[in-house]
Design a protein around this ligand. Structure first.
Ligand SMILES: *[C@@H]1O[C@H](CO)[C@@H](O)[C@H](O)[C@H]1NC(C)=O
Length: 128
């Protein structure tokens, strides 16, 4: 009984240690801003304009690449990589206006915001 309790504590401690030590390494230069809009339940009409937003409240001190890019994804597959919805804006802006492309209607679209690395919104719907 005592042993397993001690083991549990030791495991917990190790898990915490792993989180704490992994944090700063990731945070040093990889900025993966969480997308805050569009979110689950969002419906966009093809051709309309919207501000994609993402959380910039916790950026790393140094960012290796501060140029952002926004790409549409459908069913988890990035669409039109050669023609992003937006690019070359400052990733620390936290917002960028895009025009919804004239794509087929669907409820498995997501917006991916790339800084150093990509971060996808939840799936949302595009209608036309
Ligand atoms: C996006 O945000 C900017 C700044 O707040 C605002 O001027 C613009 O009208 C917004 N665009 C849309 C489509 O809401």
């Amino acid at each position: 009984m005592t042993t397993s309790y001690t083991n549990t504590l030791a495991l917990l401690f190790l898990a915490l240690l792993a989180v704490v030590s992994a944090g700063p390494v990731l945070k040093r230069d990889v900025f993966v801003p969480p997308v805050t809009y569009p979110r689950e339940g969002t419906v966009w009409k093809a051709g309309s304009k919207h501000n994609v937003t993402w959380d910039v409240s916790n950026p790393p001190k140094q960012i290796t690449n501060n140029k952002g890019m926004i790409i549409l994804s459908k069913g988890g597959i990035l669409q039109d990589l050669d023609d992003p919805l937006a690019e070359n804006f400052n990733i620390l802006d936290g917002r960028h206006e895009i025009t919804v492309p004239d794509v087929a209607a669907g409820d498995d679209y997501a917006i991916v915001v790339f800084g150093d690395s990509g971060n996808a919104s939840p799936d949302f719907t595009i209608t036309n």
